[in-house]
Write a protein that binds this ligand. Structure first.
Ligand code: SDX
Length: 433
């Protein structure tokens, strides 16, 4: 029998006043604004919910990505991640995230053509990259050059024109690998290798990273496949920190390049995308399996974070980490085993038996093994989070597009609980202690 409306409510009693309130429940949530009617005095502001890191606050409705943290499930537009990793490719997944359905052959070819025909960047951008020190972090270079793209495409401010929005989305997905590879070549003191649009998206990225004097770069198919799958695994992850940055910044209606630069900034942090770089630094510091117990003890004492472990949502194994572990073995067949793999596997084994980690449901996340693959492919540690950003770009843009088309869209402006002083008397400098 359909539940009566009355059953779909949350009854709250304010014991300060004895008043009762019935708040409607929708999608297993209550609207925070419905709390505002709860007051003691008539002219009170009304009640708010307090959730400093939004741990239990839904900021939006979305149909892009679904995660079940307890079951370790991840789906893009309803398709399980392991199926997409096995059967799809990064550009098809990008189309899926952006359009909500898998493309037919014609749609895919058009989308792929649109992306691969926008891989070049304005020659002036090279001047920005040339201006960085040789040891500039590539995430700083990526963030800056993506923001700079907004000045080359001023028409991108017209974010509610569908065609304008579409071409900027194509440009961003297409140019990320070029900007990333140019940043890498700058840090190596090597000339820029231009895009080769005959290659696949992943193959072209490897080309721009590694092409030397040969006329045409030939990507190793196993490396090309590994990069493509890693990009799929990083493509979106619902309302993570950088996607929330995209939505927060996007809600004031800047162009997508500026909003994407903000997302890159959020991803850069070691608690988020920067963790994959942190894992390799941690493994290098541990240095040998014999040092693992000491590292585990330090982590349990809160002296440092086990990078690549733990997750706000996953309270079981991150499904992406499982897939990445399998890819690692394929890559190591070609590159030789990464010497840190044994330390990583032993660290995982010990941690997953340790009460501290078990009790806190701390498992390896997407960042724990990805860096081992990148390092074995000759990609420097500082580039790991840049690869994460390339993969996450279609996800950020899918969230951004969904935000713009959301009838409930408003500029993000949270409230606060004010605990500071009020109406203090201004004491002139001469009279201050
Ligand atoms: C990503 O949100 C996403 O979806 C992100 C992401 C995506 O695809 O976009 O999945 C990508 O960012 C993965 C996470 C990468 N970050 C790391 O690997 C850095 C190490 N991990 C932690 O910093 C932490 O686990 C977070 C940031 C990932 C999650 O932090 P939470 O949810 O705020 O957890 P918490 O800090 O409140 O920790 C809960 C407890 C604490 O102990 P107590 O205070 O209860 O005693 O667990 C401990 C923490 O000290 N803890 C860890 C730990 N992570 C949490 N202790 C040791 N090592 C860790 N890694």
């Amino acid at each position: 029998m359909a539940k009566s409306k009355a059953n779909n409510t949350l009854s709250i009693t304010d014991n300060r006043t004895g008043k009762q309130y019935d708040l409607p429940i929708e999608n297993d949530t209550i609207k925070a604004m419905d709390l505002r009617q709860i007051k003691v005095k008539k002219d009170d502001f009304g009640m708010m919910s307090y959730d400093p890191a939004y741990s239990n606050t839904a900021s939006c409705t979305s149909r892009v990505t679904f995660i079940d943290g307890d079951k370790g499930e991840l789906m893009y537009r309803g398709y399980p991640i392991d199926v997409l990793a096995k059967k799809s490719n990064f550009l098809e997944v990008s189309y899926l995230l952006l359009n909500g359905k898998l493309p037919n052959k014609k749609e895919f070819n058009t989308f792929e053509g649109n992306i691969m025909n926008h891989t070049m960047i304005h020659e002036n951008i090279k001047k920005f990259i040339d201006g960085f020190r040789y040891d500039a972090h590539p995430m700083g270079m990526l963030m800056s050059t993506v923001a700079a793209l907004s000045t080359f495409y001023p028409e991108s401010k017209d974010i509610f024109d569908e065609e304008t929005r579409k071409i900027q989305i194509h440009r961003l997905i297409a140019k990320m690998p070029t900007l990333a590879a140019f940043a890498y070549r700058h840090s190596m003191g090597m000339p820029y290798a231009y895009p080769d649009n005959d290659l696949s998206y992943a193959g072209n990225f490897l080309n721009m990273l590694y092409k030397m004097t040969e006329l045409k770069y030939k990507p190793d198919p196993i490396m090309e496949k590994a990069i493509d799958v890693l990009l799929i695994l990083h493509a979106d992850h619902e309302q993570n920190c950088s996607a929330s940055a995209m939505r927060n910044v996007g809600s004031s209606h800047p162009d997508p390049y500026s909003a994407t630069a903000a997302s890159i900034a959020a991803l850069y942090g070691p608690l988020h995308g920067g963790a994959n770089e942190g894992v390799l630094q941690m493994l290098a510091e541990i240095g040998h399996k014999d040092n693992i117990p000491k590292a585990i003890k330090a982590a349990k004492n809160g002296e440092f974070r086990l990078m690549g472990f733990g997750h706000r949502v996953y309270k079981s194994y991150d499904p992406r980490a499982t897939i990445i572990k399998d890819i690692a073995h394929d890559v190591f067949q070609v590159t030789g085993k990464n010497p840190y793999l044994d330390i990583a596997l032993e660290l995982e084994r010990i941690a997953l038996e340790d009460e501290y980690f078990v009790k806190r449901k701390l498992y390896p996340n997407v960042d724990f093994y990805s860096g081992l693959i990148y390092q074995s492919m000759g990609i420097p540690t500082e580039m790991f989070t840049v690869l994460f950003a390339i993969g996450r770009t279609p996800g950020w843009l899918a969230q951004w597009k969904e935000l713009l088309l959301d009838p409930e869209r408003r500029i993000a402006r949270p409230r606060q609980v004010y605990l500071g002083d009020k109406n203090l008397k201004y004491v002139p400098m001469s009279k201050r202690k």
